[in-house]
Design a protein around this ligand. Structure first.
Ligand code: FAD
Length: 380
């Protein structure tokens, strides 16, 4: 279901103002305190941000992928930690349920996910199962009308705030790899479920990741998403979609950095003129602009293709690969254009440089995207 053009433009305008006027002034504070203030989270809820991708019948905005990418690009223009507040509800934390859940499961959880009352997390990664995510060892043993979960998950975004986890666990220990895995909805507060302390990270301070440990956690069988053995498929389809959203955030971040570079380069004077007059500085701006434009075009084209119902596994991987590597190069050039100031915390550029580094790692590292792109190309 897509919004009419006026409503979409109004929504984007409102979000743009929120990002520019409310969030950007808070960037340094959020990084310093490693927390997004509660009143900001409340405002995000009021804006409907937690429900961007949740179908309207469950209280969300039901945006198309193209519309969601446009919102993600606007949010890319500020610290990624802000997007993380609602990012799991929009993407990896809710989409298994949206795509594969039963009506009853959707009725039970989606309305609260859409309002942000319920924060969600996606728990796939484990200490021994990172890029090789089909190597999941967390065990889900059937016991009557329940499953009993044991194992641990690592680096789970928003785990300390989540009320609901989508957990991938092995239901069939005799079937190694993808086919033995199932997906479960596990509410916070389930006896035996515990959350580790937030990890100290390189960047994106204000967004938290923690271990999630399951010790004889009983989960009703009705909380399984999809059929037994379908969990890996659920996870891959969720990530397929999530990668496009992340790529859109990278585009927004690059565009923000380019604007910051232009503002600085036109103001900062050396050798009697603005450094923007020097062609070697212009070359950096040109390279960044060109790459950001190419990434924007790729992401938007892929989003539109996805909205037709076509498979975009290859294109989503290419979007994430190109956009996340691109924003890394743009951030690196931004440090260079700012010179010494680029390395000094007060200017915020070094913070962005650290923040965007993550995009090349999570939701599938660049190497994993390359493997997907090659596999799909060779197969095609
Ligand atoms: C801040 C943060 C948030 C995260 N949030 C979540 C979350 O919410 N939920 C979740 O489930 N996970 C989450 N993750 C985990 C993330 O998805 C993994 O860290 C990522 O997939 C890489 O896995 P790994 O860390 O085990 O690295 P490894 O798999 O050990 O990879 C190490 C290096 O080897 C390379 N490599 C691995 N296999 C191959 C191969 N076959 N060919 C070529 N190169 C290869 C990788 O590309 C990488 O460069 C998060 C991680 C971080 C840091």
């Amino acid at each position: 279901m897509s919004l009419d053009q006026d409503t979409l433009e109004q929504l984007l305008d409102t979000i743009r103002r929120f990002v520019d006027e409310r969030l950007r002034p808070l960037e340094a504070r959020v990084a310093e305190e490693d927390e997004v203030p509660a009143d900001v989270v409340a405002e995000m809820r009021e804006l409907g941000l937690f429900g961007l991708s949740i179908p309207e019948e469950y209280g969300g905005l039901g945006l198309t992928m193209e519309e969601e990418c446009r919102v993600a690009m606007v949010f890319g223009r500020t610290s990624p930690a802000f997007r993380s507040v609602f990012g799991t509800n929009v993407g990896i934390g809710s989409q298994g349920l949206v795509m594969f859940g039963t009506d009853e499961q959707k009725q039970r959880f989606l309305p609260d996910i859409a309002t942000g009352e319920l924060v969600t997390s996606f728990a796939l990664t484990e200490p021994e199962a990172g890029s090789d995510s089909a190597a999941v060892q967390t065990r889900a043993r059937r016991d009557g009308d329940h499953y009993v979960l044991n194992g641990s998950k690592r680096f789970i975004t928003n785990a300390d705030k989540a009320g609901l986890f989508t957990v991938m666990a092995r239901t069939d220990p005799d079937t190694p790899g993808a086919k033995g895995i199932s997906a479960f909805l596990v509410p916070q507060g389930s006896p035996g479920l515990s959350i580790g302390k937030p990890e100290k990270k390189m960047g994106q301070h204000g967004a938290h990741v923690c271990d999630v440990v399951f010790k004889d956690v009983r989960v009703p069988a009705e909380n399984r998403i999809g059929a037994e053995g379908e969990g890996f498929k659920v996870a891959m389809q969720v990530l397929d979609r999530g990668r496009l959203h992340i790529a859109a955030v990278c585009v927004g971040a690059a565009e923000r950095l380019i604007e910051d570079c232009v503002a600085y380069a036109t103001e900062r004077r050396q050798f009697g003129k603005p450094i923007a007059d020097f062609q070697l500085v212009q070359a950096m701006i040109a390279d960044s602009r060109t790459e950001a434009m190419a990434a924007r075009a790729l992401v938007m084209e892929t989003a539109r293709k996805r909205d037709t119902g076509a498979s975009t596994t290859l294109e989503a991987a290419a979007s994430k690969y190109f956009a996340s590597e691109m924003v890394g190069r743009v951030a690196d050039r931004a440090v260079q254009i700012f010179g010494g100031a680029g390395y000094i915390a007060d200017y915020g550029i070094e913070r962005f440089y650290r923040d965007v580094r993550l995009f090349r790692i999570y939701e599938g590292s660049s190497q994993i995207q390359q493997l997907i792109i090659a596999r799909e190309t060779i197969r095609g």
